[in-house]
Every structure is written in structure tokens, then in C-alpha cells.
Design a protein around this ligand. Structure first.
Ligand code: NAD
Length: 328
């Protein structure tokens, strides 16, 4: 790895987890906006394939490494003005099976990033939090004051990471901002065994297989299309009002898992052939997440542009085009 120390760090950013679903879209957008991007990723769920549009760009550098390596983070932070921290073990089921990896990455990793940011006097850190910190809705819409009742290791690790970020803001006066995203979906999201619902259902249905719903399908989530979430990052980045408290990014509308299955089956034209099948509920799965979007609107003027079905159509277009190119 060749790293040249920049004396002028302005517009130089580090994106941890930049080879993942959200991170790769964020890196692309930042490069488009003339930022010089270093991406740190251990490729546990991310891939080089997600970065094909960037790999030969002079304003992009890929570093393979781990957020558990504080020495590496310190080296990288010498060169940047802003850190976007997205690297995480982000799957609820994997969190249950591999608690230690989840804690090492999401908690120790976040402390390591904070320490590196502090030690190297990085101007700003923007942390990817999750609505999974809240647990099932005690009231809707869920605002930022909703209790943090995460019922699983992933959610608990994100609570700890949020509190770590907050504590560094309090203790050291660091500019650490916490963006609490509800469920993001879009192109490049993992459709594998531990993938997300929309890509997994899409893959199943397009292969003529029934999507499997855990539980009765009435559990619901607030889905934001990927472009809206990247716009949220850019809105925060360009805002001259630093966020002092975690901020929800959501649409304020929830969609049930059963509705998602039905919409995908309908849109892929498989209504006559396929219907969802049902399996036992997942232990500790959150029933309902529906966010309150009003603080993001009031503070930043940020609002999701895409309805769920609009985002779904864009995602399915992308998926079908990719599927077709693989079969040619
Ligand atoms: P993802 O799994 O696609 O991306 C995570 C990236 O981090 C991957 O590229 C992975 O290889 C990398 N990574 C994992 N462990 C690492 C480690 N120890 N060191 C370095 N890199 C490591 O997931 P995503 O959906 O893109 O999520 C990105 C971030 O956004 C996560 O912090 C997640 O908690 C948060 N988030 C995601 C959603 C969503 O719906 N996708 C919603 C809310 C919050």
C-alpha cells in the first residue's frame, strides 16, 4: 500500500466499508463531487465488483484492511479531512450466530475509528447508525427520542457504536455526526444467504422460486431508496449546521414483508406461477419500524424523493438488466 501524506487534506475523505452496498454508492457520489476518496474495506461482504466504476479513477484509492486495525486507521486518517464510517457486520442473523465478529467490527471498530479521528485531528466524522437500535416501535412514527430497545446483537452493537460517537463528541468536542438510517434498498444490495429481503425475494422470484417469508409477513419496515440515502449524506456534508444529536433518515411510511413479496411477484409478471411461502418467525425480529422524518426536514430540508414502489421499479430494472447480461 502506497500512501502519500497530503499536506492539504481538504476534500480528502476516508470511507470505511466503502466496498459495500451503501459505501460503494457513497464513494461514487463523492468522487463525482470532486472529493478524493480512500476506501477501507476487508471485503467480508463488500466486493471489488461494487467498485468497477471507480477503480481506475485517480481520485479513488482502495485499501484492503480492517477497522479492527487501529494502526492502519491512524495512517489513513493522517491523509483525510472527513471520515465516513460505514464498515459494519450489518446482518441481524449473522449477529446472532457470530456475536464476537459483530462486536469486534461494530463496537471495537467504531472506537478505533474514533481514536484515529481524534489522534489525527480529522475535522469531521459521519457515522452510519441504524433504525435497528430502536427495537420494535413503542409508538409511531418513531422519532429520535424513541427508547433504544434493540433486541439482538447487531442492534445492540449499533447502540454501543452510537453511544461511543456521542461520548467522543461530549468528551473531546469532536465533530461526530450520527445518521440513523431506516432500511435502505437498491442496486448492489446483497442477495446471498445473508442478504436483504428485497434482493433475496427478487432473486428467488426471477428464478421461479417462491420467496420465503419468516413469520406471517405482517412485520414492516420503512424503506428508503439508495439514492435518497446518498442524498442524505451529501445534504449533511454540505450543511453548515453540524448535527449534535442522532438524526433519522426515513420516509415515514412502512411496508410489510408480505406486501414486498406481492409487489415483486406482480412486477416480475409471475402472479400465475408463484406465491410466497411461510416459515417460522426469526427469533428477536423487530415487528415494526416506521420513522419520524420531521427532524431531518426541519434541520436540513432533507426529504426522501422516491416512493417505495418507484424505488422498487428502479431496483428491478437494474436487477433484470444484470440478470440478462449474465445469461448472454
Ligand atoms: P454492507 O455489508 O454491504 O457494507 C458493509 C461493508 O463493510 C462491506 O463492504 C464489508 O466488507 C465492510 N466490512 C465489514 N466488516 C469490516 C471490517 N471489520 N473492516 C473493514 N471493512 C469491513 O452493508 P450496507 O448495507 O452497505 O451497510 C453500510 C452501513 O450502513 C453499516 O454500518 C450499516 O449498519 C448501516 N446501515 C445500513 C442500512 C441498510 O438498510 N442497508 C440501514 C441502516 C444502517
Amino acid at each position: 500500500m502506497v500512501l502519500i501524506v497530503n499536506l492539504d487534506k481538504k476534500n480528502h475523505v476516508l470511507v470505511t466499508g466503502g466496498a459495500g452496498f451503501v459505501g460503494s454508492h457513497l464513494c461514487e457520489r463523492l468522487v463525482t463531487e470532486d472529493y478524493k476518496v480512500i476506501c477501507l474495506d476487508n471485503f467480508s461482504t463488500g466486493s471489488q465488483g461494487n467498485l468497477v466504476n471507480l477503480i481506475s479513477d485517480n481520485n479513488f484509492q482502495m485499501v484492503e484492511g480492517d477497522v479492527t486495525n487501529e494502526t492502519l486507521l491512524r495512517k489513513l486518517c493522517k491523509n483525510v479531512d472527513i471520515v465516513f464510517h460505514l464498515a459494519a457486520q450489518g446482518h441481524v442473523e449473522v449477529g446472532r450466530k457470530d456475536v464476537h465478529r459483530t462486536i469486534d467490527t461494530n463496537v471495537t471498530g467504531t472506537f478505533n475509528v474514533l481514536e484515529a479521528v481524534r489522534a489525527e485531528s480529522v475535522t469531521r466524522m459521519i457515522h452510519a447508525s441504524s433504525s435497528e437500535v430502536y427495537g420494535s416501535a413503542e409508538f409511531v412514527p418513531m422519532n429520535e427520542s424513541h427508547p433504544l430497545n434493540a433486541p439482538h446483537a447487531y442492534g445492540v452493537s449499533k447502540v454501543a457504536a452510537d453511544r461511543a460517537c456521542f461520548s467522543y463528541r461530549q468528551s473531546y468536542g469532536m465533530n461526530v455526526e450520527i445518521l440513523r438510517f431506516f432500511n435502505i434498498f437498491g442496486p448492489r444490495q446483497d442477495s446471498g444467504q445473508y442478504g436483504a429481503v428485497i434482493p433475496m425475494f427478487t432473486k428467488a422470484v426471477s428464478n421461479g422460486i417462491s420467496p420465503i417469508i419468516n413469520g406471517d409477513g405482517s412485520q414492516s419496515r420503512d424503506y428508503i431508496y439508495i439514492d435518497d440515502s446518498i442524498d442524505a449524506y451529501l445534504t449533511v456534508l454540505k450543511s453548515n449546521k453540524p448535527l449534535v444529536m442522532p438524526l433519522n433518515f426515513c420516509t415515514g411510511i412502512d411496508v410489510t414483508i408480505a406486501e414486498i413479496a406481492t409487489e415483486i411477484i406482480k412486477r416480475l409478471g409471475k402472479e400465475d406461477k408463484i406465491s410466497p411461502s411461510f416459515s417460522k418467525p426469526r427469533i428477536g425480529e423487530v415487528d415494526r419500524l416506521i420513522g419520524d422524518k420531521s427532524t431531518a426536514i426541519d434541520l436540513l430540508g432533507w426529504k426522501a424523493k422516491y416512493l417505495f414502489t418507484e424505488g422498487l421499479d428502479l431496483y428491478l430494472d437494474w436487477y433484470c438488466a444484470l440478470d440478462k447480461s449474465h445469461s448472454e
